[in-house]
Design a protein around this ligand. Sequence first.
Ligand code: GAR
Length: 221
Amino acid sequence: MSPASKKRLGILISGRGSNMQAFIQACAKQQLNADIAVVISNNPNAAGLELAEAAGIATQTVDHRLFASREEFDAALVACLQEHRVDLVILAGFMRILTPTFISPYAGRLLNIHPSLLPKYPGLNTHQRALDAGDSEAGVTVHFVTPELDGGPPILQARVPIEPDDTAETLASRVISQEHSIYPLAASWFVDEQLTLKDGRAWLNGKALGPTGIDYASHTQ
Ligand code: GAR
């Protein structure tokens, strides 16, 4: 693909930005044939903003506290993404609930990463909830975003074991390293036009994926 036709990514963050950093590295190593057009944060103090600036990427803060409604905030995000001619939106630890004002214009071009084996544990505190339930494994899911919170069709999941002495923090650190592998990989499928959202399902290379998407371990075997 020529540089002119490279897909343009918009990455939305709220904090640390380690997934965003994984995208920066994947683009630099050409594992992901895309340009990061802009990094947007709702939180002016997000550490990830500095990382993006250090990498020479345009950044914007759209502070949700300055808007009267979720819809007005979402419209400002859409305007920012359009200004930067974004083709694919990557939610990377973006901790705001989005409305159809945002989701509709980017339907099928909007990915999220969620730190659980969806459909288990949508919402917050996923690792503690897995520990409290006595689960033997946890993990992470990349999925298309639809208006249902953490309910869009899964694309790719990675599983990790839960060890007897795990805390939410130790489990989170085991999961996050998987996040950094699977999220740029799923995005590369989209960028390479292998992945689409159709009829409410994720399709990879013309095949509809099942309710938990592709299992990363079997994919890499
Ligand atoms: C990641 O663990 C991501 O899965 C999670 O926030 C963290 C962000 O870390 N996302 C959610 O919980 C979304 N509901 P990062 O800022 O270092 O990428």
